[in-house]
Design a protein around this ligand. Sequence first.
Ligand code: PLP
Length: 365
Amino acid sequence: MIYLDYQATTPLAPEAREAMLPWLSGPEAMGFANPHSPHRPGRAAAAAVDLAREQVAALLPPGGNVVFTGSATEALNLAIKGTARGDGTNVFAASAIEHAAVLDCGESMRGNSDVFTISVDEAGLVDPEAALPDQLQLLAVMHVNNEIGTVQPVERLCERVREHSGYVLCDAVQSYGKMPLPDGPDMIALSAHKLYGPKGIGALWVRDGIAVAPLIHGGGQEAGLRSGTLSPALCAGFGAAAALAKARMDEDAAHVAELWVTARDIFAGWTLNGSAEQRWHGNLNLRKDGLDVARLMSDLRDLAFSAGSACASGSGRPSHVLRAIGLTDRQAKSSIRIGFGRYTRPEDLEDACARIVAAAAAQGV
Ligand code: PLP
């Protein structure tokens, strides 16, 4: 099996797994202790959580705090709902290509909030000078799109939103640890499993001085912002993955850039969805008119790649991102996404791409 779905999730780094093991140990080793307990094993677990928080924060701007959550989906919901004005004057805007966690959270607030969508051009980019709604409270704009890999002009949008006295939430799930983050967001959402860390843990970074109301109430953990006992194992895995990503960022990016050139050559006759330049090169979203993607996938069962977004696939709905860049339903349905990263071997990528091209040719497209 050749895994080419790095936007859906990434393999767990061996270093992250190692960091988790002590906190998954049996009764003698005490690694199971509650990090919120004041006794010695509890304090040891709390120290592991503190270290992980520092490791995660080392890739984030100074002047803020990391709140651990169960996923980026939860972090995004916390940011959007937790900063909404509760007096009926809330104004929320999001780019048309945000993840469903943002768009559906925004939709759920209609009725007591004004909710706006900022469109993107056919290259999959938000216009940095796009009109912003009056009284804007929060703009959600992602750094790297998960379906087409385009990099959004977050810094310029942050400058403009600041003039409106609003906040910016940046979904950095696909870019954190892979490229430097943009300056300016007030909140940043992260997910460990897109960064070679474990599933089941994310984080929201919140700039100092921003008031966020909790969504989950209880024991008051995470400074009251997210009650619930933390998992030291998940935190340690996230922290180790972040530290490794920081140390290897240039090496990983160079590897991905080489893979991109290899894959692009093999797919020479295919059309790239989204900007070729302003993108993360570990994402290759391509289309070929007339391609039957379901048939392609069933012909190539030992290749793990995706039709459109992993989140939307299976729903039967054409991707909202491919639609937002102006593709017809047919074009969207004839698109595939190939995602690669740190552990992808060039020979595997070459083999997989050549087989996809051959299987498409056998369909006569
Ligand atoms: N945002 C983006 C851009 C994503 O790619 C994903 C995952 O697909 C999420 C948010 C949600 O992340 P999680 O799986 O941690 O909820």
